[in-house]
Design a protein around this ligand. Sequence first.
Ligand code: ADP
Length: 485
Amino acid sequence: IAARLNSSGFLQNQGLIAGKWTDAYDGKTITVCNPATGEVVANVPCMGRNETNDAIASASDAFKSWSKVAAAERSRRLRNWYDLIMAHKEELGQLITLEQGKPLKEAIGEVSYGAGFIEFAAEEAKRVYGDIIPSPFVDRRLFVLKQPVGVVGAITPWNFPLAMITRKVGPALACGCTVVIKPSELTPLTALAAAELSLKAGIPPGVVNVVMGNASDIGEALLSSPKVRKITFTGSTAVGKKLMAGSAGTVKKVSLELGGNAPCIIFDDADLEVALKGTLATKFRNSGQTCVCANRILVQEGIYSKFADAFSDAVKSMKVGDGFGEGVVQGPLINEAAVKKVESLVQDAISKGAKILLGGKRHSLGMTFYEPTVITDVNNEMFMSRQEVFGPVAPLLKFKTEEEAIHMANDTNAGLAAYIFTKSVQRSWRVSEALEYGIVGVNEGLVSTEVAPFGGVKESGLGREGSKYGMDEYLEMKYVCLGNL
Ligand code: ADP
């Protein structure tokens, strides 16, 4: 597959600076491996401060012209980019499976989902309205202009190698900003292929730059540059906090999509089939490696055993394997460190009284594969209820009352996504309002879409991505007062 992608030109393995494909200045490289097999897929440049500074300079130059291009024209170029990505859905999907591991069908799904952010941004590009404010003074008129913030540093994770980039770069470009992207070193190939398509779509050289390599050096160069006016990040809470602190020196605008600890609350009055389907979808998407994956499944005592049995039956039937395998719905974890983390969380829970209903160990396929797991008798004090599991492990916690469920759900520093399952309309409103989360799914496990605002409260982040609100993250307001009329 790698050879086929290479011959069709989809295995780009250099960084992109000022529209030129570039190696690291010292020639160093890092390897990108297939998480399912450990095989090396490609070598990419290991870049650092110098390359990043040149990428920033290129983005800053390109900003002068791109920010002046008519919104309708920016919209057309973005639409071209969307069309090209969709035309190469298969190849990009294969690339995602190759470097990230998710099943091919899910990977192709990510391409459509990810491309959606570009399509939506292309449409919104034409609708960046300002205001005319009714003036309290007879001789003055008051206006608000919306202008692009400038050069954007976009740092992204490995779990959605395409979508985490498009949801940042789409609106940034639509608003007239230019970008320096730093994809995860684990999954840079999809980012590079997408960047190449941006050039083919007519997005001018320098508008999109991609550097990868030494994350902290690249981060440092982005943070210290006064030319970079905005940092947009998706990743761990610890790194997000560092970037927020590092942005203070030059007072950059910051948006952060950080870790979640999603509760999935199943009330006695839920439709069992709906709850099973929704919980399965939110828990096991991308083998549990998303920040909106259910991290704690809170089940009311009246249906706890019934739910646990039915859920574990459903989990048992999921096929695990290489993402290119027929019928596979659970791929590998990203690397062995991820498997070790899952193992230690499971051990901790067992040592504190939790019980394995299904799975609970490494899969016979080896290294990066972990068995889809269901654990009962979990409580809110175990490490797996305090941290993101980021793996195919479903912990079931028991609760008695709605009040107790809300308390347990909110008892965390995170606040990204939450899910509730109930047939009561009154309860769904009451609980949705009481949950300290940025996103609530009611009787639904898959809630992400480019048309709705995605983001968290508390330590899950700042700002929103997607929807009309996602545009605001890349705009500054300018108040113009026209006086002495
Ligand atoms: P994850 O656990 O999802 O890998 P990380 O926060 O470690 O989350 O990584 C998300 C992104 O942040 C990756 O692109 C990674 O290389 C980058 N990153 C990690 N450390 C730093 C840093 N000190 N400065 C800038 N970027 C960083």
